[in-house]
Design a protein around this ligand. Structure first.
Ligand code: ZN
Length: 73
């Protein structure tokens, strides 16, 4: 999935997840409040989104967490 358009489509299709350690459960990226995205310091490849850290607010436990994303079709 090296094409940004494919990645955005996967997001739109609900296939991209973050992990909330408080809930101990995966959350769909469309269901959380996306606060920030921290880019990887030393990754210069063509799929940076897998290496970014997402800062998000979990809608269930209402804590702010950081997670990498996972692809789960
Ligand atoms: Zn949570």
């Amino acid at each position: 999935m090296s094409n940004p358009g494919e990645f955005l489509q996967a997001c739109a299709d609900g296939k991209i997840w973050v992990y909330c350690p408080v809930c101990e459960d995966a959350k769909n990226i469309n269901d959380v409040e996306n606060i920030d995205c921290i880019g990887h310091q030393s990754y210069w490849g063509d799929e940076p989104w897998w290496h970014d850290i997402r800062v998000f607010k979990c809608p269930e436990c209402e804590t702010v967490q950081q997670s990498k994303i996972e692809y789960q079709p």
